[in-house]
Design a protein around this ligand. Structure first.
Ligand code: FES
Length: 164
């Protein structure tokens, strides 16, 4: 079986019950994607499939052959952080860091959703009054990604900075 992950075609033989999360971590040693709850509740395992964010713990690996899978290891390009990664660093969008790969992939996917679904939210003027609305919207859209350290303000600040 074959998967395209971070632009590379990778092969493995796996049981049809293997989750995409276990494929990434155990077959391909892409351990940036974290296993938290392993039941779709925490978002630590978030990856992108054709640009859409999914919980890899709930996905069967065999169903994602032929799709473009992106993990946190694939966000940076040519030695340069993805703009969302750079914004997380600048705005302290993490504390212990365990949830950060999932938060990053989710944020990248969410920004893509905003660009498709809500063009006005992307171009919103961040001046007076719009900031809180946008933070609420961003927090709601990131609510599938839990952070036990409570770095939510920094995460929202980082995403808002990317969108500004
Ligand atoms: Fe997949 Fe928690 S490990 S949602």
């Amino acid at each position: 079986m074959q998967w395209t992950i971070n632009g590379l075609v990778r092969e493995a033989k796996v049981d049809f019950r293997t989750s995409l999360l276990d494929l990434l971590r155990e077959q391909f040693q892409l351990s940036g994607t974290k296993k938290g709850c392993n039941q779709g509740a925490c978002g630590a395992c978030t990856v992108l499939v054709d640009g859409e964010r999914i919980n890899a713990c709930l996905a069967l690996a065999v169903q994602y052959q032929g799709r473009e899978i992106t993990t946190v290891e694939g966000l940076a390009e040519h030695g340069k952080l993805h703009p969302v990664q750079a914004a997380f660093v600048e705005h302290d969008g993490f504390q212990c860091g365990y949830c950060t790969p999932g938060q990053l992939c989710s944020a990248v996917g969410m920004i893509g959703e905003l660009e498709r679904d809500l063009p006005s939210a992307v171009t919103v003027d961040l001046a007076a009054g719009q900031i809180e609305w946008q933070r609420d919207e961003l927090r709601e859209r990131m609510s599938g990604n839990l952070c036990r350290c409570g770095a939510y303000n920094g995460i929202a600040d980082a995403i808002a900075a990317v969108l500004a």
